[in-house]
Write a protein that binds this ligand. Structure first.
Ligand SMILES: [Zn+2]
Length: 121
């Protein structure tokens, strides 16, 4: 936690999550409805674009079947990276995780057209 937290979602974060939530899966509609109630309450210390999320309980919980209901593969042949949307045990958005397997963290969210969202179930 730093002094500028919590903060509203950035336009990029909102766009990436909307893209991930563009594919159907159980709980998707509820997660989409949580976006206006979501704030960023922390970020990863390594310099990557991962953010921890908090959702006002005015929004309804999502009946997801998995704590990682949707993800996207960002691999381009040279490196392996991806994005996962994480949901807490109560059914609320908890993290937009951007990971890479390699030396460099993913510091910026990719353009949404590079994101092929894949439901996990
Ligand atoms: Zn990180």
């Amino acid at each position: 936690m730093t002094g500028d937290m919590p903060r509203p979602l950035s336009d990029d974060e909102r766009a990436v999550m909307a893209r991930l939530l563009s594919v159907p899966f159980p709980g998707r509609d509820e997660l989409r409805a949580q976006l206006p109630f979501a704030t960023v309450e922390g970020r990863c210390g390594c310099g990557c674009a991962t953010v921890n999320l908090a959702v006002e309980r005015a929004a309804a919980p999502a009946p997801v079947l998995s704590s990682a209901p949707v993800s996207a593969d960002l691999s381009d042949g040279e490196y392996y990276a991806g994005i996962v949307l994480l949901v807490d045990g109560e059914g609320y958005l908890s993290c937009l995780e951007v990971y890479s397997i390699g030396d460099e963290p993913v510091r910026r969210l990719p353009p949404t057209e590079q994101i092929n969202a894949r439901p996990q179930g």
